[in-house]
Ligand binder design. Structure first.
Ligand code: SAM
Length: 232
């Protein structure tokens, strides 16, 4: 059983993500537990204030350190991995998702406003970004990470091969490839046919075709991937 705790000022944003779809399935199977901790509950302020103006001036508000510190401390148990979602973090990818899926407890910390007081940074094991753009809060990023990680939880997918073969997992040598094109019924749809080889029942030929098609897709759509060398 893995636990993912979200430290967030807006737990309501997660309601449907944990109640429907993949995370709900994982929870139903007893493979995942989710929890929420709201820094507002730890505010020393009577009005539960959690933000202040930045020292040195500048636009917007910054999350104050104490409520965030206390929320993280209350969520994180021994052996947990505490991750701050941040546009300044290391890029999130499939390799990171697989690594985090092995952790017993993942604490995903969502910033808001102009970000968080630098002095709490020491609490994080790592900083992760979901892309080179700025979101208004870490919540959507935390949902993205939770979804990608949950897919890799042991026992989550009946056919482990289903995730292994997907984009970024298939390899040609040391390189990640995009997934090969997929087809399903009917065999003929609006005068478009399914490639003959996929109907042949010849697993060797199908595998060969898929590797070739995946390489072509990658060359066409993400040639940059063919330059990167995979290290896991
Ligand atoms: N002022 C901060 C900066 O420039 O680094 C950005 C703050 S952003 C408006 C508010 C929060 O959204 C951040 O604290 C972070 O938790 C989250 N966030 C924004 N963009 C993100 C991204 N690309 N990946 C992960 N989290 C992000």
């Amino acid at each position: 059983m893995t636990k993912i705790d979200f430290v967030t000022l807006f737990p309501g944003m997660f309601a449907s993500v944990v109640a429907e779809g993949l995370l709900a399935r994982a929870r139903g199977k007893g493979l995942l537990e989710t929890g929420f901790v709201n820094p507002r509950d730890f505010s020393p302020d009577k009005r539960r204030k959690v933000d202040e103006r930045p020292y040195g001036g500048g636009a917007g508000m910054v999350m104050t350190p104490e409520p965030l510190y206390a929320a993280i401390k209350s969520a994180a148990k021994r052996g947990s991995r505490v991750v701050y979602l941040s546009p300044q973090g290391r890029p999130f990818n499939e390799k990171v998702a697989r690594r985090l899926a092995k952790v017993r407890q993942l604490v995903l910390v969502c910033g808001h406003y102009e970000g968080i007081d630098e002095r709490v940074m020491g609490l994080f094991n790592e900083e992760i970004s979901i892309g080179d753009y700025v979101l208004s809060g870490g919540e959507l990023a935390a949902m993205v990470v939770a979804d990608a990680v949950t897919r890799w939880l042991p026992g989550m997918l009946k056919k482990e091969g289903a995730v292994e073969a997907e984009s970024f997992s298939l390899t040609a040598g040391q390189r990640p490839l995009l997934e090969y094109p997929q087809y399903t019924r009917p065999k003929l749809w609006r005068s478009k046919k399914v490639p003959e080889v996929l109907l042949s029942g010849n697993h060797g030929k199908v595998a060969e075709w898929r590797l070739r098609a995946a390489t072509l897709s990658t060359k066409r759509k993400r040639p940059d991937l063919l330059k990167t060398v995979r290290s896991h």
